[in-house]
Design a protein around this ligand. Structure first.
Ligand SMILES: [Cu+2]
Length: 139
């Protein structure tokens, strides 16, 4: 009995931290198709319906070995990618992750992902989190 309860705990914890609709909303989520095994880039829109600012600094996915938050930037005319970025979203504001700017860098796809496929990614913003299905699109 006790063992069964312990086994249930992670499930209960997951259910408890699921967000009510409209609080932290991910939309327009897509992944740029890339050669097999290469890293892929994910983009989306984040709407913060909460009365407080959010800092999103981690992401994870059951479909990738690792997910990092990056930002593309021009430095002395050279395109660079900055790692370990934090996405700041003002209270009741929004953030856009788009090509040439903030993006999710998706490493080591655990299955082949072609245009039309989708992958689930979870974004962590302090004590909040939200997930979305990202659709793979041809570049
Ligand atoms: Cu990147």
């Amino acid at each position: 009995m006790r063992a069964a309860l312990l086994a249930l705990l992670p499930l209960l914890a997951l259910a408890a931290c699921r967000q009510a609709p409209g609080e932290l909303l991910l939309s327009d989520a897509w992944i740029r198709e890339a050669p097999a095994d290469g890293p892929m880039a994910g983009y989306l829109r984040i709407d913060n319906g909460l009365p407080e600012a959010l800092r999103c600094d981690k992401a994870s996915s059951p479909d990738f070995g690792a997910v990092e938050i990056h930002r593309s930037a021009l430095e002395n005319g050279m395109a660079r990618m900055l790692r370990d970025q934090v996405i700041e979203i003002p209270a009741r504001g929004q953030a856009l992750l788009q090509p040439g700017d903030y993006h999710l860098m998706l490493f080591r796809p655990l299955r082949p992902l072609k245009a039309g496929d989708s992958a689930s990614i979870t974004l962590l913003c302090g004590s909040r989190h939200a997930s979305a299905e990202f659709t793979v699109r041809a570049p």
